[in-house]
Write a protein that binds this ligand. Structure first.
Ligand SMILES: Nc1ncnc2c1ncn2[C@@H]1O[C@H](COP(=O)(O)OP(=O)(O)O)[C@@H](O)[C@H]1O
Ligand SMILES: [Mg+2]
Length: 232
């Protein structure tokens, strides 16, 4: 049974059909890519899975349970978490504090803080404020925050945006590490196809709110619908 099942999910915003019936199945332990042109509905899919908003139609199942009507915090408690396109920080709080929050709220042991910091490579900057971080450092902190709730499934939105190829490869190393060491299932969303190709086992393509293809990169880019979506 897939760990996550998105069944025919629709989401309409005033004047725009963001998701027009998306179906997606992700297996335990998979690193899945999700690509698609700007405005395709990638971020809306993530926020709908997290419970930021309710789907207008269809349902979302996590580990065999219908979570479509569940509050965001209950979804987090069940093991889901995500990083968002734009990082959110409290400038007065140290990096350590940002990672500690999710750990304390959930009553997890304080030792999680350093373990997570070491996993993402922020252990030397824990007492700094987030505004000293480079674009890569900010991505690391986003991933650290998502890990702080001990998720079993994380979704990383625009996880390579603003990074060089080499920095993107560092993020890929972190993704591989967490997938292996923490047995996480990961959904990687980005525009940088060369980087998504390097980390994802299977990639799903969405365009205008619907899934148009799914497969390895070789399969995807021999598909005319995918080429057309990217070439306009
Ligand atoms: N909160 C919102 N209110 C209104 N429209 C939105 C909102 N979020 C996204 N949209 C619209 O939904 C569509 C899909 O957006 P989004 O999911 O952000 O796409 P992507 O992440 O693939 O670029 C776009 O047309 C976008 O303008
Ligand atoms: Mg987006």
């Amino acid at each position: 049974m897939p760990v996550l099942e998105v069944r025919d999910v629709g989401k309409v915003f005033p004047g725009v059909i963001a998701l027009g019936g998306v179906t997606l199945n992700i297996e335990q332990g998979e690193v899945r890519g999700l690509i698609g042109p700007n405005g395709a509905g990638k971020s809306t899919l993530i926020t709908t899975i997290m419970g930021v908003h309710r789907p207008d139609s269809g349902s979302i199942w996590f580990r065999g349970e219908d979570i479509s009507r569940m509050h965001i915090w209950d979804r987090v408690r069940k093991g889901l978490n995500a990083t968002h396109q734009t990082a959110l920080y409290v400038p007065e709080l140290s990096i350590r504090r940002h990672i500690e929050l999710g750990i304390m709220v959930n009553g997890f042991p304080a030792t999680d803080v350093m373990l997570i910091a070491e996993t993402v490579g922020l252990e030397g900057e824990m007492d700094e404020n987030p505004d000293v971080l480079s674009a890569l450092g900010a991505k690391k902190l986003e991933i650290a925050k998502a890990l702080s709730t001990r998720p079993s499934f994380i979704m990383l939105d625009e996880c390579f945006a603003g990074l060089s190829f080499e920095e993107g490869m560092e993020v890929i190393e972190i993704i591989r590490k967490i997938a292996e060491e923490r047995q996480l299932t990961v959904l990687v969303v980005d525009h940088n196809l060369a980087l998504v190709e390097r980390v994802a086992h299977v990639t799903t393509v969405i365009d205008r709110g619907v899934v148009i293809a799914e497969g390895t990169f070789e399969e995807l880019f021999s598909n005319q619908d995918v080429v057309d979506a990217y070439m306009g």
